[in-house]
Design a protein around this ligand. Sequence first.
Ligand code: ATP
Ligand code: MG
Length: 429
Amino acid sequence: SDALKQGAMQIVQRLCESGFEAYLVGGCVRDEQLGRPVKDYDIATSAHPGQVQRLFERTVPTGLQHGTVTVVADKMPYEVTTFRREGGYEAFRRPTEVEYIDSLTEDLQRRDFTMNAMAIDQNGHLIDPFDGMKDLERGVLRCVGQAEARFGEDALRMMRCLRFASEYGLTVEQATWDALNSGISLLRHIAMERTRAELERMVGGSDPNRALELLAESRALRHVKQELLLSGLDKETEWPPLSRLTEMEHRIAFIYIRLGAVPADVEEDMIKLTFSRQQMETVKRIVAAHTALVSGLGESTERGGEPYLRKVWIAAVLKYGVSALRTLREIYLLEDAPIRTDNVKVGRAVDVWRRIGAVWLEQMPVSALAELAVGGKELMDRLGVQGGPWTGRLLHRLLESAALGELPNDKETLLAAAKEHYENMQEND
Ligand code: ATP
Ligand code: MG
């Protein structure tokens, strides 16, 4: 990060030597002041994009319509953006057209929050016309200017507000908070992708519980472009410490489980939210594993003793995979009663799974077809028949027996057992 900063300062100096103004601005200034790691350094300048392109050897026109040129120095990319004003805002979103200006202060003025509206000059001096540092020191997140107007110009700023407040542990200043609450319905104008990106960073961030609290208090998800099952999270008041789950997807899975969602609902919701297919599948798998584990427990005539619960657990491992079940156990471990249920059997079963589930997982000699000592081809050869739907069924039965430890995962034993099963199947036909 030191080299990264040096590269940025060199670009600033180069611009200044050429008679332009140039500064570090935005997130990098904020994070540096806070002693947080800086991901990328952004530069604001009075030079126009064409002038920037001429001044540096390697540039990429990454956002000319916003006045942004990416300068590549020492293989590191830096966004260099011309001072600008944002003209008219249309439909509560930021404009695509911009007007270049000469004044840094005016450029800082268009920025969303005081802590994001600070700059550092070529000598390393802080420029802070909106008292961003004072707010940071007090732990306050505040809009630059009139909060209501700023949220009206660009409704995404409300999601950013919730995200910054949770990620940086800030209190939203009263006028900003009031404006957010009165403007929250404008979120319907924001594309789901952008809303989701903020949501993802909130839930995946360092304080997911605070994020949920802010989402609940603002009821923000009730007002986004599409109706979401996830918006029901504002009815929940107590959440266990979600940061114990390291992955954002696992936290989302827990939230859905807590809301009582079934796999199909999760899929629909996450597609609306424009999560990636892979993210959706991960979450859905965990929720499906949970649904499979608990469904049927209530009605089952089994007493719910450990041998039975072990069978149910292992069957779920085979169907949904080891990692989904590992995660599910972490979810069950989040608190005393992680799963809301009136069903005593379900409550007790969850308690057993979180106590012994890991041991059962460890002890499984095989947990997937690929690990089984026989495959479909050997099976057909031994039985001297063509494959059919029964091959898969038979293999799965062998897998179950091996996974439960009823049969050793040994080729000859498994083939012998298969033969026996097969003959029984034919007799029953
Ligand atoms: P991070 O990169 O950690 O999300 P950041 O502050 O760098 O934080 P970016 O989205 O990268 O956020 O934006 C860079 C800067 O541009 C911000 O610091 C802020 O000054 C300004 N900015 C970004 N989005 C908006 C917006 N919607 N309205 C006003 N200013 C914005
Ligand atoms: Mg940034």
